[in-house]
Structure formats: C-alpha cells, structure tokens
Design a protein around this ligand. Structure first.
Ligand code: G3I
Length: 342
C-alpha cells in the first residue's frame, strides 16, 4: 500500500492461509502490500503452549522467518490476554490446583520465555491486551476485567511490562485495546479511552516500562463514522504522556442485510463507502501524528476474516480492504490515496 516515510502499514496474518499451496495470492499480497505483520493467532498462549511445558513454536517461528524474507517488521501479539489461553491454565487456576503465587510465576515464565525466544526480532509487543471493561458492562464505572485481574488483581499489568522489558530491553512495549479510538466521546466517568489514559499515566508515574498504546480499530458501519477530531484527540492525549501509538487491528464490518451480501465489492455500495471512510479517518489521524508508528489491518481480504465467524446474528462481514477474490475495495483505494498524498 505504500507509506509515509516512517509509517508502517501492516496486516494480521493467518498462518494457515500463508502456508496454503493452493492460495499463492495470499502470500504475494502479504509481501507486496505490507511492511509490518502481526500473527493473527499463532503467538497466543493457547496456540503456543497447548500442553503444559510443551511449546509449539513452529507456526510463530515461520511468521518471523517469512517477515525476515520479506523485510517486514513484526508486531508481537499477544503476551497477556484473557482469551485463547490454554485449558490447563484456566482450569487449574479456576479449580484452585494452581495457586495465585504459582499462577504469577507461570505468567512471568511465559512472558520471559516467549520474549526471549524472539528477542531482537519483535518491533512492538502487545504486552497486555483488553484488560479494561466496556461502558456497557456494569456501568457506570469501568474496571479491570477478565481472568488475570480476577486471579492476580490489577497489579499484573505493571508486572507484565516489567518482565517483558527485562527479557528484551529493545522491543517497544504496548498496551492494546478496542474502543479507545476516540477521546471525549462519552461520559468521562465511563469513558474507556479516559480509563486507559489514566492507567497509562499511573504506570508511567510508577516507573513501569510502557512505550505505547495500541488502538485496535475494530469498527462497524452500523455505528456511524468516527469523528476525525476525536480520533486525533485520542492519539494526541497518549502522545502527551510521551507514548507512541499505533492502530493495531483495523477492520470496518457491516451487517449483511438484503442488498448487502458477502462478496459484494460494488464501489457504490453505501456500506462499503462507509467502511472506506472509517479506514481513512483512522489512517489520516495516524498520518498526521508522528507518534503514530504503524497502521495494521486485521486481515486484508474477506476470504480470511474473523468477522463472519464471530458475528452471526445478524450476520456481519465485508470488513476488510479486499474482497474474497482479492479485488481491492474502495477502502484500499482510499487508503492508497491518503498515503500517496501524505
Ligand atoms: O485452531 C482451531 C482449529 O484447530 C479448530 O478446528 C477451529 C474450529 O473452531 O478453531 C480454530 O481456532 C479458532 C482460531 O481463531 C483460529 O482460527 C478459534 O475457534 C477462534 O475463536 C479464533 O478466533 C480468533 C479470535 O481472536 C479469538 O479470540 C480470530 O481468528 C482472531 O482474529 C481474533 O483476534 C482478536 C485479537 O487477537 C484481539 N483483539 C480482537 C480480535 C478479534 O476478536
């Protein structure tokens, strides 16, 4: 897709698609269009260590090797998250056979093992992912949510960054989340961007080695367009703390109703226009802020996208910048224009 001299354009990579001999186009597009890659799944704990003590490194190693061949940077995703954890870990913690102290050791050991293995090869690590609740669960106040907060308390966030820094002092360490794309869009007491901002500020005060905030960018055309000023404001707030920013998982899905079907790449389809506009709002905000280091799409083709599998009632899709046959959609063309004119 091209680039501002210092802005990296990335994609999440589905390793099964990358390895599929029947699908050479997927590989070609990954290497032709992007200069940064993220593993969509293979660096997650459940995939890396399905059996306690036995790591399955091969797919993650292959991602790193492919990136090297293609001269691409790698965003490491993800060290600490409440989803896609190994069953032995969640079961053990929940039934008490793994104590709190042991769980903390296991987490430290995991972070240290993974970060050391890829030391020098990862540009940005998503150290902690999605630690904060959403405005719609338990309003009116936000809180630390999920498996790790439940078992270890919120202090695990600071611990995780410290352990990651010790294992690879040069990798940039990110906190990554969704619904933090805009600033000033909601009730301040229940605003996730504000919560993450306050969290980052406190971590920095406490001397915790956090370098950046990853804003995922999973949007939907049914929610309307983002306001450029609010997106710009969010990036600026984080930059004001001395942090880097990045859009890490951008996609803009639509509900598939009559007249809007999977595979539809019609340029004048209003949902695809709205999707393109949202891609562009985030990209322009990133281009305008030198602290915004990279812009990553969460898959680049509707042929391989998490959206249809996840949102089924009502069905959603058409979230990426190319259709199922790798034809560029309006979003691709608009991004290209933004990048050329930057
Ligand atoms: O690997 C198994 C396969 O063996 C099995 O046959 C198949 C049957 O269901 O499942 C496969 O695992 C699936 C995995 O993707 C790999 O395809 C899981 O069921 C499925 O739940 C998993 O979904 C991933 C999702 O995270 C899970 O939380 C999506 O691909 C991935 O795009 C999505 O990515 C997350 C980011 O990491 C964090 N931010 C949100 C984003 C979207 O949810």
């Amino acid at each position: 897709l091209g680039m501002r001299h210092d802005l990296y354009i990335g994609t999440a990579v589905d390793m099964a698609a990358l390895a599929d001999p029947a699908d050479p186009q997927y590989r070609q597009i990954v290497s032709r269009e992007f200069n940064s890659v993220t593993a969509e799944n293979v660096m997650k704990w459940g995939e890396l260590e399905p059996t306690r003590g036995t790591y399955n490194w091969a797919p993650a190693d292959e991602l790193i090797a492919a990136a090297k061949r293609n001269n691409q940077k790698v965003r490491g995703h993800v060290l600490v998250w409440h989803n896609q954890l190994p069953t032995w870990l969640t079961t053990g913690a929940n039934d008490g056979t793994i104590s709190k102290a042991e769980l903390r050791d296991i987490l430290k050991n995991h972070i240290t093992t993974v970060v050391k293995r890829y030391k020098g090869k990862i540009w940005q690590w998503d150290v902690v992912n999605e630690a904060v609740s959403d405005p719609w669960d338990n309003p009116p106040t936000l809180h630390y949510k999920g498996f790790w907060a439940q078992h270890l308390g919120p202090g695990y966030v600071a611990d995780a960054f410290r352990w990651a820094r010790a294992a690879d002092p040069k990798a940039l360490l990110f906190y990554n989340d969704y619904n933090i794309e805009a600033f000033g869009s909601g009730d301040p007491a229940n605003d996730k961007t504000q919560f993450v901002y306050d969290m980052a500020k406190q971590l920095l005060r406490d001397g915790v080695p956090i370098d950046g905030i990853g804003s995922q960018g999973h949007l939907g055309t049914q929610y309307g367009n983002y306001d450029t000023l609010q997106v710009t404001a969010a990036l600026k707030q984080f930059a004001g703390l001395g942090l880097a920013t990045a859009f890490t998982e951008v996609d803009v899905r639509s509900q598939l109703t009559a007249g809007v079907q999977a595979g539809d790449s019609n340029e004048i389809n209003p949902r695809l226009q709205a999707s393109a506009a949202n891609y562009s709002v985030l990209l322009q905000a990133c281009l305008a802020d030198r602290h915004c280091l990279s812009y990553t799409v969460w898959g680049f083709t509707d042929r391989h996208s998490w959206v249809p599998g996840w949102f089924s009632d009502p069905p959603e899709g058409l979230a990426t910048i190319m259709d199922e046959n790798y034809q560029p959609k309006r979003a691709y063309n608009l991004m290209k224009a933004d990048l050329i004119h930057s």
